[in-house]
Design a protein around this ligand. Sequence first.
Ligand code: SAM
Length: 292
Amino acid sequence: MDRDIATPLRTRAILEKYGFTFKKSLGQNFLIDTNILNNIVDHAEITPESGVIEIGAGIGALTEQLAKRCKKVLAFEIDQRLLPILEDTLSPYPHVSVVHQDFLKADVHQAIETYLQEVKDIAIVANLPYYVTTPIIMKCLEDHLPFRSMVIMMQKEVGSRITAKPGTKDYGSLSIAIQYYTTAEIVMNVPKTVFIPQPNVDSAVVKLTKRDQPVVAVKDEQFFFNIVKFSFAQRRKTILNNLVSQLENGKEKKERIMAALEKAEIDPTRRGETLTIEEFAKLSDGLLPYFA
Ligand code: SAM
């Protein structure tokens, strides 16, 4: 069959042929619109020399469009039932390798070494299962996977949080965790009608471009992320009150926090959601000697 996988007709025919039933618990909402898929692939800026990692291949709708434009695709899929289907639908694309693994448990560095040799650069492109969007993105960042950019379909609300700027209601520890490593922008809003089955939520495509270095230099990354998390523990509280209630080490705690805030030129009555990443960095470096 020469029609694309991601058409309503072909998708339905494939699902019927294999008697496939969707598992909601695995976030299975397949794309049935080649225009949307092509837009996603455009944003990934891949070339015939690129390698692509896809997370959650489904029946291969996105995999196919990626395969048409790059050198190699490494696609992870957790659902065993999809493997024979993918073998069938992706048979015209021998440069695609499907790995049957939970991406969150996979040794992705090893898989890159095995399947993505001789590629010039690596992009991560995925229509993610929405129940694990954040852990999957954080794994890609914290494991320091050697990718250039990620183009990811996700729940619209999560996209808004990831790309949020200080002083907005969506800004929080997730915005900071991701913007620490990348520049993040929403590149597309996507209607429910392009999925089968249709999800209950609106979707957006977010592009994350990896920075050469984290946006700020901090003395202790783990401590910095803890300070960020503590500062948002109760959004209505001031930064001072959140830190006093979250940090351990009783002795002269409040005074030390006040001193660190003053040194970082942060008014103690401000709320965490108004602080820039640079201010959090200064603050965590100032608190480090006392509370690490
Ligand atoms: N890429 C296909 C598309 O766009 O039509 C399918 C996208 S669907 C939203 C998400 C896919 O991720 C499903 O096929 C699901 O089985 C798979 N999946 C869910 N959790 C996973 C995990 N932890 N690791 C790898 N794949 C996963």
